[in-house]
Design a protein around this ligand. Structure first.
Ligand SMILES: Nc1nc2c(c(=O)[nH]1)N[C@H]1C(S)=C(S)[C@@H](COP(=O)(O)O)O[C@H]1N2
Ligand SMILES: [Mo]
Length: 412
């Protein structure tokens, strides 16, 4: 990730020293004393810097980072608390937003068209939406036996405020053929092997989802440029579906006349078996045995208090968190302190916009001092509710929407 700044003997290159001087805006005193192979702190421009404290790093090749649940308390997730999921490498070449382009191509466009980032900003109406991005494998660590893939706890979810233009406005400007059925994205991130002919991920959605008002080609999050790790300078943002469809470092969208066949669209990637399988069972990874994951299932989190909290019995305990349900709305949120025997209804806010998460809150009075687990369970607008135990095992370890729980202690 770091630029080559040392020469063959391990000393700072002349050009690096000039850059350093420009960076710090003043003379670098004792520049000639900088030891061999020493990287000055001002060069410590790791794109994940500032992001790691209080976050859980699952791996650095590729970078995968998730938030402990109590860090997700904000209604709008700050970028430092957004999980990071990379399938390949973070682009390391300097990115120039002034020359960045988005090309729309594929079997089902009338003609290929390319826009600069500045064209997109100037020619189309910008929109801002809060959108839930949740990795399809969020909660994977709960499955037994463990499957391949990142062993996420439950923190691979965010709801930030994204600004950009509607993909449907761009596609209307390009002109689609009648046979358009799917879109697929392409991003600039190099494959882990650094082999330029390989693509680490290229997924997409059916044209109906692509044309929804909330499907954005975004250049800003929470009012600022998208951080490098989250797709600077341009990304696709599609709320409510596995976040793997929200392509980062976006440079091309293909409009396809068939289901997109890019990397991570095949095998059991982001697919569920069409019939229930036994935990650990191996089934043939043929398209007939699997369906592509679309809308994510109903889910909720207790973001306050932090698990392990202690409080005085005589005062009721205030709890809060978020609930979301893919393409649907959340209808109800309940909490339980007796392992699901009885449930208490929580207050629930409407979402800021479609595909945003909703805030819930409640106060619980505990009957006596002691140790409790608090469980939360959301129900969506169709009546579907979260399972109290781990849901059906599947080969990819996807869609674990079991109730979130925290431990608390009531003290006399
Ligand atoms: N170009 C590109 N886009 C990508 C990915 C990637 O590796 N490369 N990962 C996807 C996956 S699997 C997820 S869960 C989300 C994560 O988005 P975030 O890192 O901004 O939270 O980005 C998606 N878009
Ligand atoms: Mo993901």
């Amino acid at each position: 990730m770091k630029k080559q700044i040392h020469d063959r003997r391990g000393f700072l290159q002349k050009s690096a020293l000039a850059t350093l001087t420009a960076l710090v805006g003043t003379d670098v005193v004792f520049a000639d004393q900088i030891p061999q192979y020493h990287t000055p702190l001002a060069f410590d421009n790791d794109p994940l810097k500032g992001k790691i404290p209080d976050m859980k790093v699952l791996g650095d090749k590729p970078w995968n980072v998730e938030a402990p649940i109590h860090q997700l308390d904000d209604a709008v997730t700050p970028v430092e608390k957004m999980f990071v999921r990379n399938n390949g490498l973070i682009p390391s070449e300097p990115i120039n937003p002034d020359t960045w382009t988005l090309t729309i191509k594929g079997e089902s466009v009338k003609a290929t068209k390319t826009y600069t980032l500045n064209d997109l900003k100037k020619r189309f109406q910008p929109h801002t939406y809060q959108l839930v991005l949740e990795c399809g494998g969020n909660g994977r660590s709960g499955f037994e036996p463990q499957t391949t893939g990142n062993p996420w706890d439950q923190g691979a979810v965010s709801c930030a405020e994204w600004t950009g233009v509607r993909l449907k406005d761009i596609l209307a400007d390009v002109g689609l053929k009648e046979d358009a059925v799917y879109i697929g994205y392409y991003g600039k991130d190099p494959h882990l092997s650094q082999d330029p002919t390989k693509v680490s991920i290229s997924r997409g959605v059916p044209i109906k989802k692509a044309l929804e008002a909330e499907t954005l080609i975004a250049w800003a999050v929470n009012g600022k440029d998208i951080p490098l790790v989250h797709g600077y300078p341009l990304r696709l943002v599609i709320g409510g579906w596995p976040a793997s469809v929200s392509g980062k470092w976006l440079h091309t969208i293909a409009v396809r006349n068939k289901v997109h066949d890019g990397a991570k669209m095949e095998g059991h990637s982001y697919r569920m078996p069409i019939r229930p399988v036994q935990p650990g069972e191996k089934i043939a990874e043929t398209p007939e045995n699997f369906r592509i994951i679309e809308s994510m299932p109903v889910k909720s989190l207790i973001t306050y208090p932090k698990t392990g909290a202690m409080f005085e019995l005589k005062k009721p305990l205030a709890l809060r968190g978020h609930a979301w349900a893919g393409d649907r709305m959340v209808a109800d949120v309940h909490t339980s302190i007796d392992y699901g025997a009885t449930w208490q209804k929580a207050k629930l806010q409407p979402p800021k916009n479609r595909l945003a998460w909703q805030q819930w809150s409640t106060e619980i009075t505990f009957p006596q001092a002691g140790y409790y687990e608090v469980w939360v369970r959301a129900t969506d607008s169709s009546g579907a509710t979260q399972p109290m135990v781990i849901p059906q095992w599947n080969p990819g370890g996807y869609l674990n929407n079991a109730c979130h729980r925290i431990a608390v202690k009531a003290l006399v």
